[in-house]
Design a protein around this ligand. Sequence first.
Ligand SMILES: Cc1cc2nc3c(=O)[nH]c(=O)nc-3n(C[C@H](O)[C@H](O)[C@H](O)COP(=O)(O)O)c2cc1C
Length: 325
Amino acid sequence: MTLPKLLDTLRLPLVGSPLFIISNPDLVIAQCKAGIVGSFPALNAREAAGEPPQLDAWLTRIKEELDRHNQANPDTPAAPYAVNQIVHRSNTRLERDVEICMKHEVPIWITSLGARPEVNEAAHAAGGLVFHDVINDRFARKAIEKGADGLIAVAAGAGGHAGTLSPFALVQEIRAWFDGPLLLSGAIAGGDALLAALAMGADAGYAGSAFIATQEAHADPIYKQMIVDSGASDIVYSDLFTGVAGNYLKPSIARAGLDPDQLERSDPTKMDFGTAKAWKEIWGSGQGIGAVHAVESAEAVVARIEAEFNAAQECLAGRLGWSRR
Ligand SMILES: Cc1cc2nc3c(=O)[nH]c(=O)nc-3n(C[C@H](O)[C@H](O)[C@H](O)COP(=O)(O)O)c2cc1C
């Protein structure tokens, strides 16, 4: 394992990944108390005009609740939390959000949609570690050159703006030159998939969709139930809704009045914010949700994945023992 010391105390080698709109302090706190890294996109914390930054209030609350938990449970301390920064020119809040995260000494920074040395330097100056998410080996090399500490390999089947590469191919290429911390993202919703990620050379898994169907998640109850009721064949990969290809739940597309099997390609020249708003109820999900059978607490999801992870290790040990005979 090459996970940094900070992640030594995790109950499971797992990060609850940032989910636009859905991740909130309740979910992050529950994930961290359950012993996995909890995270949220900084952009989820939005204040009305003229009000003080919501991000500041969220970070204060997360730190206070985790500190209280740690004092009451010194033997089972909470896992560290992470904040996701969208490092894209269109993110006009980036500089302000970086300053707030520095002030709070956020322990783990997850950067996506662009690698910027100055963001990495800010994180390091405040004692944080930076993980950058990448969909191919070229971006992985760039991210490390620009100062990221670790990588998140986003493979095919991931929720959100997924890559198209097989996790086997992606991890293999990155591990050929990178021996630092590596997380694997894409369709990890159960303990067997998590064990497979470690077997391939990742240090930890990175799971998003499994946590949409939790009581703490900020998502429509119909969305949560759709995750429970759906499987891999209910997911479609399309660029129609944001201009960048991502994985979405077909039943949510059908609910919005479109045929999920006949989606057009996006036409960037015709995109406008009026149309973008209409896609609010098109819901993202990765392909791994066949492992999700109920809307539960985040703690129950972590407990399920842990039990499956332990069972999968036993099962694998048995199989390997058998094949050696
Ligand atoms: C609804 C949804 C919203 C997401 N929003 C973000 C985001 O704001 N920032 C980000 O870095 N990744 C985002 N992702 C990607 C996830 O962090 C992660 O890579 C992905 O969910 C992992 O695949 P899985 O859903 O199959 O577990 C999102 C994914 C989903 C499903």
